[in-house]
Design a protein. Structure first.
Length: 95
């Protein structure tokens, strides 16, 4: 595979739950370029519980600090723009 398998991000870490996977095919040549998990309702319940547990702490953080998360995300997108553009081209078969 060209790209690593996608994983669920729960409670601040990536998890592989042994769930079934869906291959991601390149429309350019039909090759499998990655896989994504088919998350179960048990995994979804775990994600929702983690989000509910995190909400009180997150919502108590001042807005000026919370918005920094978005600014940091924007900076990462800009820093990796070429790499992300290449991935999108491959995923859409326009390479």
């Amino acid at each position: 595979m060209k790209y690593p398998e996608a994983k669920n991000y729960i409670n601040g870490k990536f998890e592989v739950n042994g769930e079934a996977k869906i291959p991601v095919f390149s429309p350019l040549n039909g090759e499998i370029i990655s896989q994504v998990p088919i998350s179960t309702s048990k995994t979804l319940d775990k994600v929702v519980a983690a989000a509910q547990a995190a909400f009180p702490v997150w919502s108590s953080i001042p807005i000026k600090e919370r918005v920094q998360v978005l600014y940091n995300y924007r900076a990462l997108l800009q820093m990796h723009r070429d790499e992300l553009s290449e991935m999108i081209h491959i995923e859409n078969g326009k390479h």
